[in-house]
Design a protein around this ligand. Structure first.
Ligand code: SF4
Ligand code: SF4
Length: 464
C-alpha cells in the first residue's frame, strides 16, 4: 500500500482498484543514492528525499498526535512547532516563511543538504509515516511505468492536496466559523502562512501573539485540542462523504486522475511517433530519457534506439516488419514518453512539408507528442552577459545577441504556429539570416514545419 490507510481507501473507492506500489523506489536502501544516470547527483543516505518540510492539514496534525506509531521525535517536533507558533494555523501546521524560502533556494541541495531535512525525519525514517500528507505520500523517485506512472502519481498528489485543502476548510467552518473570512480566500483556497497570505506572517517565522489570538479565537492556547478535534471529524469519512464536502472544487482534479489512470490502461495505438529524447551510453545498451524522468533512463539495445526515426507517422506494423526487435520494447518506450500518440499540434514527420523553407511556410515549436511545456530563462553572467534560453522537452536554444533574443521571444509567442517570413524584420540580415536561424532550429527538432492554417473564417461551407 502506497498511501496512508484512509487516503488509500478513498483512492481505491474512486478508481475501483488499489493504487500501484512502486518496488523500484527501494526506500530502505534508497535507489537515488545510486542513480542510473551518471549525470544525476547521488542522494545522501542520511537525508534521501526528505529535504522538504511538508505542510500538514489540521486533521493530519491531530491524527499524528493521536497515533501511537508517530515517533517520539516527530511528536516532539509537532508539539514544539505548535508551542512556538511556527506555522501553526487552524488550517495547517505549515512550512514557515523561512522554510519556504530555504526550499526555493535549496533546490540544488535536494536529496543532499542536511540543513533542509524535514523536522519529522528520524534516523532515515519518517516519524509521521502513517499520517503523511499528499506530497510525501505520493512521491516516488522511480516508477515501474516510468513517465506515465509519474504523471499518475502527480495527478494523485494534486487530487489529495485539494482534498486536504477542502477538509481543512470544512473543519474550520465547523469549529471556528467566525474566523473563516480571515483564513479562506473567496475562491475556497486556504490563506497560506508560508506564502505571507496571513496577517502577521511576514514579520518572522513565529506568528505574533495578536495575530495568533485573531486567527485562533476561542481555541488560542488549546491548539493541539483543535487539531485532535479535526482528526476526529475526518476519521469516519468515506470517499462519498469527501466527494460531497469537496463538491465542484474536486471535479477537475478527479477528471485529471481518471485520465492519468486511463493512460496507464490504454492499449497501444496503431501509429506511434517519436519525440526527442536524450541518448546516453549505459553498459551494453542505449539509455533513453525524457524531461519527465531525467534520472531514470530506459536502457534498450542499440538497434532499438537506432530504429526510433522510423516512428515518423507510418503504421506500427510497418516499423515492426522493418525492425522486429522493437516489438518487446514498445510499451516501455511509450511509458518513457519516447514514443507518443500523434496529435496535440505536433505533426508526424512524414506529414510535414519538405523542401527549402519559404517565408510563407508555417513553423511551430515541436512539443514531442507529449505536450512538453515551453519555458524561458534569462541569465545574466557576473560580467553582465545576457543569455536568453527557450526550453522545450530535452531541447534548449540559447542566444546572446539582442536581435536573436527578440526572434526567440517571437517564436515563444507564436509557439503554436507562426509565419516564417514574419521573423525577417527582427534580424538586420533580413530573411536570409532569419531563414538560416530557423532552419537550424528545424534541424535540431526544436521547431517543426506544419501545414498552413486554414484562412481566417475557415474552409468554405460546401452545403451552401
Ligand atoms: S522515494 Fe525517496 S527514499 Fe524512496 S528510494 Fe526514492 S529517493 Fe529514496
Ligand atoms: S513527512 Fe516524512 S516522508 Fe515527508 S519529508 Fe518528512 S520525514 Fe520525509
Amino acid at each position: 500500500m502506497s498511501l496512508p490507510k484512509q487516503a488509500d481507501a478513498w483512492m481505491e473507492a474512486l478508481l475501483g482498484a488499489p493504487l500501484p506500489d512502486e518496488p523500484r523506489s527501494t526506500c530502505a536502501d534508497c535507489a537515488m543514492c545510486r542513480p542510473a544516470n551518471p549525470a544525476t547527483p547521488a542522494f545522501s543516505p542520511s537525508v534521501k528525499c526528505c529535504t522538504f518540510q511538508p505542510s500538514l492539514p489540521n486533521f493530519l496534525v491531530g491524527a499524528a498526535l493521536l497515533d501511537e506509531r508517530t515517533s517520539e521525535r516527530a511528536r516532539a517536533a509537532l508539539r514544539r512547532r505548535i508551542a512556538e507558533r511556527r506555522g501553526a494555523t487552524p488550517l495547517y501546521l505549515e512550512r514557515t516563511p523561512r522554510e519556504e524560502r530555504d526550499q526555493e533556494r535549496g533546490k540544488a541541495g535536494y536529496g543532499q543538504d542536511p540543513s533542509l531535512l524535514c523536522d519529522y525525519h528520524e534516523d532515515g525514517r519518517c516519524g509521521v509515516w502513517a499520517n503523511r500528507e499528499a506530497v510525501c505520500s505520493t512521491f516516488w523517485c522511480l516508477s515501474d511505468r516510468r513517465a506515465v506512472g509519474m504523471r499518475f502519481h502527480e495527478a494523485t498528489k494534486r487530487l489529495l492536496g485539494r482534498v486536504e485543502e477542502m477538509l481543512a476548510i470544512w473543519n474550520v467552518r465547523a469549529l471556528l466559523p467566525t474566523r473563516v473570512a480571515a483564513l479562506v480566500h473567496l475562491d475556497e483556497r486556504p490563506r497560506r502562512y508560508a506564502l505571507g497570505e496571513l496577517p502577521g506572517a511576514r514579520t518572522g517565522d513565529s506568528l505574533g501573539l495578536p495575530t495568533q489570538r485573531r486567527i485562533w479565537g476561542p481555541w488560542v492556547g488549546r491548539e493541539e485540542a483543535f487539531y485532535r478535534a479535526c482528526a476526529a471529524r475526518v476519521a469516519p469519512l468515506s470517499w462519498a462523504d469527501v466527494r460531497t464536502i469537496g463538491g465542484d472544487a474536486l471535479t477537475a482534479a478527479i477528471a485529471e486522475l481518471e485520465a492519468a489512470r486511463a493512460r496507464l490502461d490504454a492499449p497501444l495505438p496503431t501509429v506511434l511517433c517519436a519525440g526527442t529524447a536524450e541518448r546516453i551510453a549505459l553498459g551494453a545498451g542505449a539509455g533513453l530519457h525524457t524531461e519527465r524522468v531525467p534520472d531514470d533512463p530506459l536502457v534498450v539495445p542499440h538497434d532499438v534506439a537506432d530504429a526510433l526515426p522510423l516512428f515518423d507517422g507510418r503504421p506500427l506494423a510497418e516499423v515492426l516488419a522493418a525492425v522486429p526487435a522493437v516489438g518487446p520494447w514498445l510499451r516501455a518506450l511509450v511509458d518513457q514518453e519516447v514514443l507518443g500518440v500523434p496529435g496535440g499540434g505536433d505533426v508526424p514527420r512524414r506529414d510535414r512539408p519538405a523542401g527549402p523553407l519559404g517565408p510563407d511556410d508555417t513553423l511551430a515549436v515541436f512539443r514531442n507528442f507529449r505536450a512538453s511545456p515551453i519555458d524561458e530563462r534569462l541569465e545574466v553572467s557576473p560580467e553582465g552577459e545576457v543569455t536568453w534560453a527557450l526550453v522545450c522537452g530535452t531541447r534548449e536554444v540559447r542566444v546572446h545577441e539582442s536581435e536573436e533574443i527578440r526572434l526567440l521571444q517571437h517564436i515563444e509567442r507564436g509557439a503554436r504556429g507562426f509565419r516564417a517570413g514574419d521573423t525577417a524584420v527582427l534580424l538586420s540580415g533580413g530573411w536570409p539570416a532569419a531563414r538560416a536561424f530557423l532552419e537550424t532550429l528545424v534541424e535540431q527538432d526544436f521547431l517543426q514545419r506544419v501545414p498552413a492554417p486554414p484562412p481566417i473564417g475557415g474552409a468554405p461551407d460546401t452545403k451552401m
